[in-house]
Design a protein around this ligand. Structure first.
Ligand code: ATP
Length: 367
């Protein structure tokens, strides 16, 4: 038998009194020790899902379990969860020590035990030197750590985090991502983490659940989501720059794509791994190619796609090459690979405007 998950949502549904169906029959499990990220565009229902697990909202349908307990109708304090918010919700007039001790106060623990626990967690988070300060005297990163610390002292069964890094500047955010993950690994506490940032989701999640319009689209490891998106929404949502998507006809023999005047033979690995293509012979299909699988001017590539270079954006270590396919005119963005390598590189041969985009930090680009 499978071990009991830390959180189990079964058909979890929330229809607000306004009639807004924010969450529609969500089935999702967070395993023991897992870091699961819930991601999706604004308004897709991720905060609602988190608030339902925390007990801050009542579901209008479904069942919620934490460990082996049905907590669907329990108040937040009886759920054994700790939440970390985007706005750290620290008490401005209290010291850091008092802020961190706050969740333990209601437990009527001896003062010495509270202090020992706060010190232990402060040490873990490198907050010992600032325990006597007020929140306003800390940096953004430190405040974020205090918010984490306040969740950790409670030793909850699960952490719930709602965009906890979104108030930090870009550099600190990247640093805190790694810090937060290390901490979660060390504590081994199951974590449900909400973000709208797909890069954060992909870099942090053991698994990532993609929501859209209150409906779960796919839940899998970042690698599986990237390699095998379940639908066009997931394909387009994950990846920077986004996957190139365009329409083409699958030839009757099922071996080639017709794209305007061009014929693209499907690489053997695509044919081998997409038996589901068979029913689409002779029909228009959506084709998705990740930018990193397009190599500009690569020799020996299995497939050549003719395109016109519209724009080259230099981003430092790499360059983004925007193309327009000849006919029908469809703008397609491609990221050039420096060495023309990749699982199935497509050779982009230029027509019209000439362009060279050998990519590398010291190399020039001529367009
Ligand atoms: P964001 O990333 O913008 O925070 P989200 O994915 O977290 O969005 P939710 O806040 O869960 O989305 O909202 C889901 C939907 O439910 C939205 O359409 C929102 O307008 C609606 N909604 C949220 N809270 C309420 C409420 N209290 N009453 C009515 N509708 C609500």
């Amino acid at each position: 038998m499978d071990p009991v998950p830390a959180i189990a949502m079964e058909g979890l549904t929330k229809v607000y009194p306004t009639g807004q169906r924010a969450l529609d029959a969500l089935d999702l499990e967070v395993k023991e020790g897992e870091f699961l990220v819930l991601v999706g565009p604004s308004g897709c229902g991720k905060t609602t899902a988190l608030r339902l697990v925390a007990g801050l909202e009542e579901p209008t349908g479904g069942v919620l379990r934490i460990g082996d307990r049905d907590v669907t109708h329990l108040p937040p304090k009886d759920r054994d969860v700790a939440m970390v918010f985007q706005h750290y919700a620290l008490y401005p007039h209290m010291t850091i020590e008092a802020n961190m001790a706050f969740p333990l106060r209601t437990r009527r623990l001896p003062k010495a035990a509270v202090r020992a626990k706060v010190l232990e967690v402060a040490r873990l988070l490198d907050l010992e030197p600032v325990l006597g300060r007020k929140p306003a005297q800390l940096s953004g990163g430190q405040r974020q750590r205090v918010a984490m610390g306040r969740a950790i002292v409670r030793e909850p069964a699960v952490f719930l985090m709602d965009e906890p890094l979104s108030n930090l500047d870009a550099k600190l955010r990247v640093q805190m991502r790694a810090e937060l993950l290390r901490l979660q690994r060390r504590l081994g506490t199951a974590t449900l983490y909400v973000t709208h940032d797909q890069v954060e989701a992909m870099t942090m999640g053991d698994r990532v659940a993609v929501l859209r319009g209150g409906v779960l689209q796919q839940c899998d490891t970042p690698h599986a989501l990237y390699q095998r998106p379940a639908n066009l929404f997931v394909a387009d949502f994950l990846g920077t720059p986004a996957m190139n998507l365009f329409r083409a006809q699958l030839a009757e023999d099922g071996q080639r794509l017709r794209l305007g005047s061009q014929q693209l033979p499907l690489p053997p690995e695509v044919l081998a791994t997409r038996p589901a293509l068979a029913p689409y012979r002779g029909r228009t299909v959506a084709v998705g190619i990740r930018p990193e699988h397009l190599a500009l001017g690569a020799t020996g590539a299995p497939v050549t796609l003719r395109a016109e270079v519209a724009l080259v954006e230099a981003l430092g270590a790499e360059q983004l090459v925007h193309f327009t396919l000849d006919a029908p005119a469809q703008p397609v963005e491609g990221r050039a690979d420096p060495h023309g390598e990749g699982p199935a590189p497509l050779h982009l041969e230029q027509t019209g405007a000439t362009g060279t985009a050998r990519v590398g930090p010291d190399e020039a680009v001529r367009v």
